[in-house]
Design a protein around this ligand. Structure first.
Ligand SMILES: NC(=O)c1ccc[n+]([C@@H]2O[C@H](COP(=O)([O-])OP(=O)(O)OC[C@H]3O[C@@H](n4cnc5c(N)ncnc54)[C@H](O)[C@@H]3O)[C@@H](O)[C@H]2O)c1
Length: 271
């Protein structure tokens, strides 16, 4: 299938490498801040500064666009892609306050989008495992629940989006836990709270750990990311799913219409 990359930063470059490995083609790259004089990407695709500049010529050859940019630009990129009827895979985080507006544009244009704060298959399996663990631990009040997350010291926000989703899934499956406490505490946490602090250190790509702890023992489940490859592999898989591409190196089919999340893809994969 043919892919347009919107954003040519750390994820954009990795997506290009992994897309080529999977036998796909990069038709155009959109990156406003490419170093001066750099007109082509590693794949040979032209680099344009904006979607408008890429316009019909380069863009219309794309079966899907993969967007990993910045929170302030993602919603406008989604709207522009919808206007061109290019199915969009959106990995950018921190823009969900404008999800309704972006989704309305996609639906009104009769286009399609799949978004996820975390495209890693492992993390999405971890959410399912955590939800199930919470459900079966719920009837056993001797098992308290808590967790923590660790990321590199360049990460600007905490808790991570992944931690927020993880805790949401646990809360949705436990009647005896009703709130989360993210911060350092100057008091003992109430019994209905999940305490889930963050640590920022070194170069850690991401660790999320959940504890079910009783006086007798601990059940601990942990997801440890080793690199960004899991995100790129998941985003490419989502692109193939969105446009009904049967697999690596295959042409795109007819795109699904409307707005999806990684949960829709996972539901299908998990049957
Ligand atoms: N969903 C996931 O699985 C997942 C995984 C990793 C990162 N992310 C998110 O993806 C985003 C990008 O991450 P990154 O590590 O590649 O960041 P990055 O800073 O390395 O790259 C972002 C790129 O987008 C470019 N950009 C800015 N405005 C643009 C615009 N209007 N059009 C096109 N490109 C534009 C920037 O110049 C930069 O090169 C972040 O929001 C990050 O949190 C999500």
């Amino acid at each position: 299938m043919n892919i347009a990359l919107v954003g040519y930063g750390k994820m954009g470059k990795l997506l290009e490498e992994k897309a080529l490995e999977r036998g796909h083609r990069i038709t155009v790259v959109i990156e406003p801040f490419a170093p001066q004089g750099t007109n082509t990407a590693v794949s040979g695709a032209p680099i344009c500064k904006t979607l408008a500049e890429a316009g019909e010529g380069a863009l219309e050859k794309a079966d899907a666009a993969i967007e990993f940019t910045r929170p302030d630009t993602a919603p406008d990129n989604i709207k522009a892609l919808a206007g061109e009827k290019i199915p969009a895979v959106v990995g950018t985080t921190g823009w969900l306050a404008r999800l309704d507006e972006a989704s309305a544009a996609v639906n009104a244009a009769g286009s399609s989008m799949i978004w996820a704060s975390n495209f890693s298959l492992g993390v999405n399996l971890f959410y399912h495992i955590a939800a199930y663990a919470a459900k079966i631990a719920d009837p056993f009040p001797e098992y308290d629940v808590g967790g923590w997350e660790v990321h590199h010291n360049k990460k600007a926000d905490s808790p991570s989006g992944t931690a927020k989703t993880l805790v949401e899934r646990v809360l949705a499956n436990m009647s005896r836990k009703t709130q989360v406490l993210w911060d350092a505490l100057d008091r003992a946490p109430p019994a209905d709270a999940i305490h889930f602090p963050s640590l920022r250190v070194g170069a850690v790509p991401g660790v999320h750990s959940l504890f079910f702890d009783s006086p007798a023992d601990t059940i601990e489940i942990t997801h440890t990311a080793r690199s960004r490859e899991g995100f790129a592999a998941g985003a490419l898989r989502a692109a193939e799913w969105l446009v009904n591409c049967p697999g690596p190196g295959q042409p795109a089919g007819k795109a699904r219409l409307g707005v999806y999340t990684i949960d829709d893809l996972m539901a299908e994969l998990l049957g």
